[in-house]
Design a protein around this ligand. Structure first.
Ligand SMILES: C[S@@+](CC[C@H](N)C(=O)[O-])C[C@H]1O[C@@H](n2cnc3c(N)ncnc32)[C@H](O)[C@@H]1O
Length: 219
């Protein structure tokens, strides 16, 4: 992310849905000031603790909902969000808000879980993600991401679909997925079409997923 954004040292950045603060902390080491927001106060407390452990003092943590940011227009040189868009209940509104607070010429960086283009992966892989994590809303395919992005005042600098393999059962354990859901996930994977199985190989000890990475500039 840092290599892709190449942030200037005088930049100000907003990290949306900061979670444990990993993205905000990486940015804070490179830019002047970071605002890190998350809807969950407990996550903000964890992020703040992690930043203190690294002696980082240029992050402000705030409880905010991305759908309705309490921030004036055009404030930030950089807006980031990693592994969070799939939780947003209204991704269009969330993206509008992220763009609104970005200065013209500012950079928007998004990384999130994604699915391969096509009706089957969009439906079946999202069923799997929802079984694994009951808070999952939607993993967008590259095609859906491009539809969302073209409605915004943005120039796309780069997008990439990245294939990932996760170890099982750790991928389930991290979200506390129950046994019935784990079995249902294997049933879904086994009944995918041959074409889809090529995109989503799996075994007893691994599963394949995708991520989508976006770098864009506000017009
Ligand atoms: C997987 S974590 C994010 C990880 C983090 N961004 C990173 O880079 O490691 C997802 C976060 O999204 C937050 N979140 C979900 N819905 C949100 C919303 N509407 N507004 C702000 N944060 C939200 C959750 O509270 C959670 O902390």
């Amino acid at each position: 992310m840092i290599n892709l954004i190449n942030p200037p040292s005088e930049a100000t950045a907003l990290d949306v849905a900061t979670g444990g603060g990993h993205t905000a902390i990486s940015l804070a080491k490179r830019v002047e000031q970071v605002v890190a927001i998350d809807i969950t106060p407990e996550m903000l407390a964890e992020a703040e603790k992690a930043s203190s452990l690294e002696d980082i003092s240029n992050i402000t943590f705030r409880a905010e909902d991305v759908h309705n940011l309490n921030i004036p227009d055009c404030q930030f040189d950089i807006v980031t969000s990693r592994f969070a868009a799939h939780h947003f209940s209204d991704v269009k509104k969330a993206l509008q808000e992220m763009c609104r607070v970005l200065k013209p010429g500012g950079k928007l960086y998004i990384l999130d879980c994604s699915v391969f283009d096509g009706v089957e992966p969009e439906k079946e892989i999202n069923r799997i993600e929802l079984l694994r994590d009951s808070l999952h809303q939607c993993s967008y395919s590259p095609c859906l991401w491009h539809q969302l992005l073209k409605e915004l005042p943005l120039t796309i600098d780069q997008t990439s679909l990245l294939r990932e393999q996760y170890e099982l059962p750790q991928w389930f354990d991290r979200m506390g997925t129950d046994q019935n859901s784990r079995e249902e996930i294997f049933r879904i994977l086994s009944s995918l079409s041959e074409e889809c199985k090529i995109r989503y190989p799996f075994g007893d000890d691994y599963i394949t997923t995708y991520r989508f990475e976006i770098l864009a500039t506000k017009s």
